[in-house]
Write a protein that binds this ligand. Sequence first.
Ligand code: ATP
Ligand code: ZN
Length: 300
Amino acid sequence: MIDKQTRIKIAIQKSGRLTEHSLDLLERCGLKYTRGRDQLIGYGENMPIDLLFVRDDDIPGLVRDDVCDLGIAGLNIIEEKRLEYGCDGIMAPYTEVCRLDYGHCRLAFGYPETGARQAITELDGATIATSYPFTVRDYLKRNDISADVVEFSGAVEIAPSLGRADVICDLVSTGTTMIANKIREGETILESQCMLIRTPVAIPEEKTAWVNRLLQRIEGVMQVRESKYIMMHAPKSALAEIRALLPGAESPTVLPLEGVDGRVAIHVVCRENVFWETLEALKDVGASSILVVPVEKMLA
Ligand code: ATP
Ligand code: ZN
C-alpha cells in the first residue's frame, strides 16, 4: 500500500514509445526505484516517489481523478481526454505543468493517393477514421466541416483499404507508415510532444517540497541535454563577435592567459547544441584551442 499523504505518485506509460524516455528522465533526476513483482508499480528508493506503469490512454484519467499527483503523456492523448471529459468551466481536468523534450509527433490528415478527397476543403460528407475522435470532431466543428468520424483503436492507416473510411487522421512522426500505405500526409491538426501534467487538486503540503524539487530537476535535465560548456583562447577584441556566434550563451568568464598579451581564455555555457559551423566561425574570428564539453548536471 502506498502512503498517499506523503508519497508522490507519477503515472507513466507501461510499455511503448514514451516509456524509455520517461524512465530516463526520472533516472536523470536522481530517482532509483525497484519494480514490484506485478511490474505495475515502481517504488522509489531514494525519493518519496512511486511510479504507476499504465497504458498511456489511462494517464490523463488517473491524474484527473487524483489517483496520481503527476502524469507523463503525449499532448495528443491529453488533449483527446480533455475534450472527452469536458470542462466544467471552473477547473480544467488537470493542469499542464511543462512540455518535455521528447515524443514529438503530429496529428494529421492522410489522404489515400487514389482517393477523390485530397484536402480539408473536400471533407464534407467524408468518413474519417481516427483514434482521436474527440480531437477530430472538435477540429471539424471549429472549421464548419460536416463529416463522419469512425473510431479505430489502432491500425488506422488500413481503414481506407478496408473500405471503412475515405480519409484518416492519425499520428505521424517520420511519415513512413502513411507512405507505406499509399496515403499522402495532409494538414496537421495538432502538434504534439510529451507533457507533464498534475492533479487539479491541491497537492498535500508534505509532498510539495519534493514535487517542486522534482520539477526543478526536470527543468535542469532538459536544459543540459542541449547545453555545452565551451572553452577557447581568443583575442580579447573579438569578444563581442564570439558572443554573437554562440547561441543561447550566458555571460562568458574571461580569464587572462599567463604571459600572452591581448589573448584571453573564454569559458561559456551554451544552452543550445553547438555545431561544427559555429566552431569554424569561431576560428575565423581568431579563436584557437576550442573545446566543447557536455554538461552533466545544471541547476539554474
Ligand atoms: P499503450 O499500450 O500505452 O496504449 P500506444 O500504442 O497507445 O500504447 P505508443 O505507440 O507507444 O502508444 O505511443 C505513445 C505516444 O507516443 C503517443 O500517444 C504519442 O504521444 C507519441 N508518439 C510519438 N511519435 C509517434 C508516432 N509516430 N506514432 C504514434 N505515437 C507517437
Ligand atoms: Zn495508447
